[in-house]
Write a protein that binds this ligand. Structure first.
Ligand code: GCB
Length: 593
C-alpha cells in the first residue's frame, strides 16, 4: 500500500494532535454517533496506556475511542478523499459521522478508506476511530484473556514487551485523483556498473504510465513508458550500507496524454544475495552490527516520535552500528524511510512473536501447552500471519534498507506441527517478494538437531542467552556452550547465521569486580565473550545485541520496571557496554570502509 504524499496531483493533511478519548462503555453503545462525552484527551500519535494515572486505563482490555472533527479542504472537490491510519493496535474501526468506513485487524500496519461519498469539500465531519487491544489465539501476536475473581478482564500474552495500545502512529486525510497510481514495485539489479531498475506500476483505471528516474541532483537519468518498465542507469551510484544514495522515481498516470496523477518514491540501487554462508550486499560480504530494537519510550509507549527517531539513529551511528531488526513487529514507515536515507540495513520482522507456549509454561510453572494445535496456534492464527506478511511486504517492499524478511521471532520450531505451520508462510513470502532472502529467529530451546524448520530459510537468526539465562555468571562455561552450538549450526546447514539477540539485564550504577549479573561490567563481559566466539565462527555474519535500549514489559518478577538489557537506558544514556561496543564496531566499520 502506497504511503500518502503531496505531489502535483495530491494533497495531504496530518490529523495528529489531541483527540477526545474514552474507554468503551456499555452506557455509550455507539460512541461514534455523537460527540464523545469525556473529560479525557489523548495525543495522536501515542499509546494511551501511560498517559493517564488511572490504572483502569493502563490495563484496559477491549475497545477505546478516539474522536475529533476534521474539515475537508474546500479545494478537494472532484478528488477522492482518503482517511489513512498508519496503525491501530491491534484492531481498528473508522467511522465518518455515523458511517463505518473501515475495519482492520493487525496492530502495526496501515489501512485506509475512501470516504469521498460521505464528506463534502469545505465542510467538517466527525472522525471516530476505535482501537481494540485484545490478543487471542487467533491474533498475531497471540494472547489469552482471563476473567479475574472481581470480573476484570486481564490480558495475558507470551511476548516480553508491554502490550501498548492506541493510535501510536499518524492519521492522515489525503486527496487522490480518481484515476491514480495505486501501487508500484521496484526491484533493482546490477550488470557490471549499470543499474537495472525494474518498475511495475498498477493504476486504478485504464491509464498510461510514464516513469522518470532522476539522480540526487535532479538530473533525469532514465525514462520508460508502460506499467512494466525497465530503466538502465549507466555507472549507477549504489545504495550502500553507511553510504546511502537515492534516486527519485516519479510515476505519472496519463489519460489522453494528460497527466492525471503523479507519485514519487526514492529508489536505492543495490543487490542482495545469499551465497553459501555469506550475505552479500552489492556483491560484497556484509557483517551486520547493531541491535534488536523496540518502539518504546516513556509516556508515549510505542508512539512514534521524530525526536527519538533522530536521536536513536545518532546513537546507532555513534556506536558504529550498521543495522537493526524491527523486533518484534513492523515499525513506523518514517523509521524505514530514515534508514533508507541514512544507509542503515534493516531486517524487517512481522509481529509473529510469542508463538511458543511451552516457553512461558516452563518459566511460570503453568502446564505446558502444545503450541501448534487447533485450540492454540492453529489455522486462524496462520491465516492472520499470512495476512500480516501480505501487508508487510506490500508496505515495505520498496525500501532499499530492507534486506531480509523475518517472518517470526522465537517460535516453538522444535514442536510437532511447526513445519506444517511455517512451510506455506515461507512459500507465500517468496511469492510476495522473490528478491529478498527470508529468515526466522530461532529460540535457544530449539537448537540444531531439534529445530524442524531452519532448512526452509535462507539465513538462520539465533537468539542466545549464554551467560544470562543459562551459565549465569559462568562465562567460561557459556563460551564453550556457545561455540559448540554455533559450530553445530554451521556444519548442519552451511547457511549464514546471525546472532540477533545476546545480552544481559543490567542496572545502571551496579558495579562489580567479579562476574556479577546485573552489573555494568558483567553486561560488557557477556558481550565480549560472545564476540570472541563470533570472531571464530566463519558462518556467523552478524551480531545484533539485545537490546538497543531498556524497554517496558508487562509486570512480573523477572523484570525490574521493564527489560533492562538495553545498552542504553530507556532515556538513552549509555551503560558501560555502549562504550565497549563502540570500540569494537567503529573499528570494524573503519576496516570495512
Ligand atoms: C528473547 C525475546 C525477547 C526478550 C528477550 C529477553 O529471546 O526474543 O523478546 O525480550 O529474550 O530479554 O528475555
Amino acid at each position: 500500500m502506497l504511503k500518502p504524499q503531496t505531489s502535483a496531483t495530491r494533497e495531504l493533511v496530518r490529523l495528529d494532535g489531541l483527540w477526545r478519548f474514552a474507554l468503551d462503555s456499555a452506557d455509550v453503545p455507539e460512541p461514534w454517533a455523537a460527540p464523545l462525552d469525556t473529560p479525557l484527551e489523548a495525543p495522536v500519535p501515542a499509546s494511551y496506556n501511560d498517559l493517564f494515572t488511572d490504572p483502569r486505563i493502563r490495563e484496559h482490555v477491549g475497545w477505546a475511542w478516539y474522536q475529533r472533527s476534521v474539515r475537508v479542504p474546500r479545494g478537494w472537490a472532484g478528488d477522492r478523499v482518503i482517511v489513512r491510519v498508519d496503525a491501530a493496535t491491534h484492531e481498528g474501526v473508522v467511522y465518518v459521522d455515523d458511517v463505518k468506513v473501515a475495519e482492520h485487524v493487525g496492530g502495526y500496519l496501515p489501512f485506509e478508506a475512501d470516504i469521498t461519498e460521505h464528506v463534502t469539500p469545505g465542510a467538517e465531519f466527525r472522525l471516530t476511530i476505535g482501537v481494540d487491544n485484545e490478543l487471542t489465539m487467533e491474533t498475531i501476536p497471540p494472547g489469552t484473556i482471563e476473567v479475574a475473581a472481581d470480573g476484570r478482564r486481564v490480558q495475558r500474552y507470551f511476548h516480553d514487551f508491554y502490550n501498548y495500545a492506541g493510535l501510536a502512529r499518524s492519521v492522515w486525510l489525503a486527496s487522490r485523483p480518481a484515476v491514480h497510481v495505486d501501487d508500484v514495485t521496484v526491484v533493482t539489479e546490477l550488470e557490471g556498473t549499470t543499474g537495472i531498475v525494474r518498475v511495475d506500476t498498477v493504476v486504478s483505471a485504464d491509464a498510461a504510465v510514464r516513469a522518470t528516474l532522476r539522480d540526487a541532483s535532479g538530473t533525469v537519468v532514465g525514462t520508460a513508458d508502460g506499467a512494466s518498465a525497465t530503466i538502465r542507469v549507466a555507472d549507477a551510484t549504489l545504495w550502500q550500507p553507511g553510504a546511502a544514495y537515492l534516486y527519485q522515481l516519479t510515476l505519472e498516470a496519463l489519460v489522453d496524454g494528460e497527466v492525471v496523477d503523479e507519485y514519487a518514491l526514492p529508489v536505492g540501487i543495490r543487490t542482495i544475495e545469499v551465497r553459501g554462508a555469506e550475505f552479500l550486499i552489492n556483491g560484497e560480504p556484509f557483517y551486520f552490527t547493531g541491535f534488536g530494537k523496540h518502539e518504546d519510550t516513556a509516556v508515549r509507549g510505542k508512539g512514534h516520535d521524530d525526536a527519538y527517531l533522530v536521536h536513536d539513529f545518532q546513537l546507532m551511528d555513534w556506536i558504529g552500528a550498521n543495522s537493526f531488526r524491527t523486533a518484534h513487529y513492523p515499525y513506523a514507515e518514517e523509521v524505514m524511510e530514515f534508514a533508507d536515507r541514512h544507509g542503515i540495513v534493516v531486517i524487517d520482522e512481522t509481529p509473529a512473536v510469542g508463538l511458543n507456549l511451552g516457553l512461558i509454561g516452563g518459566i511460570t510453572g503453568a502446564p505446558k501447552l502444545a503450541t501448534w494445535s487447533p485450540g492454540t496456534i492453529g489455522d486462524a492464527a496462520q491465516a492472520a500471519h499470512a495476512q500480516v506478511l501480505r501487508e508487510l511486504v506490500a508496505r515495505d517492499k520498496n525500501h532499499p534498507s530492507v534486506v531480509m524478511w523475518s517472518i517470526t521471532n522465537e517460535p516453538a520450531s522444535n514442536e510437532e506441527g511447526a513445519r506444517e505451520y511455517f512451510e506455506p508462510l515461507v512459500q507465500l513470502t517468496r511469492e510476495l517478494d522473490p528478491s529478498r532472502p527470508v529468515t526466522f529467529v530461532n529460540v535457544m530451546m530449539a537448537p540444531a538437531g531439534t529445530d524442524l524448520v531452519a532448512d526452509l530459510f535462507d539465513v538462520i537468526c539465533l537468539n542466545r542467552y549464554y551467560g544470562w539465562y543459562v551459565n549465569t555468571g559462568d562465562l567460561a562455561a557459556a563460551e564453550a556452550g556457545l561455540e559448540t552450538e554455533l559450530r553445530a549450526w554451521e556444519s548442519l546447514y552451511g547457511k549464514p547465521l546471525i546472532m540477533t539477540e545476546y545480552g544481559a539485564d543490567t542496572m545502571p550504577g551496579v558495579h562489580s569486580v567479579w562476574d556479577q549479573p546485573w552489573s555494568e561490567e558483567y553486561q560488557t563481559a557477556v558481550l565480549d565473550m560472545f564476540h570472541r566466539v563470533h570472531d571464530r565462527v566463519p558462518a556467523l555474519v552478524g551480531e545484533q545485541v539485545w537490546n538497543f535500549a531498556d524497554f517496558q514489559t508487562s509486570a512480573g518478577i523477572f523484570r525490574v520496571d521493564g527489560n533492562k538489557k538495553g545498552v542504553f537506558t530507556r532515556d538513552r544514556k549509555p551503560k558501560a557496554a555502549a562504550h565497549a561496543l563502540r570500540t569494537r564496531w567503529t573499528a570494524m566499520r573503519d576496516r570495512a570502509s
